[in-house]
Design a binder for this molecule. Structure first.
Ligand code: FES
Ligand code: FES
Length: 78
């Protein structure tokens, strides 16, 4: 089961080493690519991402990735 398509291209985020991020799996968040609590009436829960280093991370916006929370290129087939 995949979430609703929130966008058809990944969203780059500058993550900070040691910080935890919660990726929106349901696609309903208004704060993409992250969870804003909108999943509550759905069976979805956010996916945790722990940054090991400062980096630019490409989070999946289409919610169809096989490598959540990261983009795996699946959006190209939508
Ligand atoms: Fe989508 Fe929380 S709002 S998982
Ligand atoms: Fe979802 Fe690329 S944005 S796979």
């Amino acid at each position: 089961m995949s979430g609703q398509i929130a966008g058809k291209a990944p969203l780059p985020v500058e993550v900070e080493a040691g910080k935890t991020y919660w990726w929106c799996a349901c696609g309903l968040s208004k704060r993409q690519p992250f969870c804003d609590g909108s999943h509550r009436p759905t069976p979805f829960v956010p996916v945790e991402y722990k940054a090991e280093k400062d980096a630019t991370v490409w989070f999946c916006a289409c919610k169809q990735t096989g490598r959540a929370p990261l983009c795996d290129g699946t959006h190209n087939k939508l």
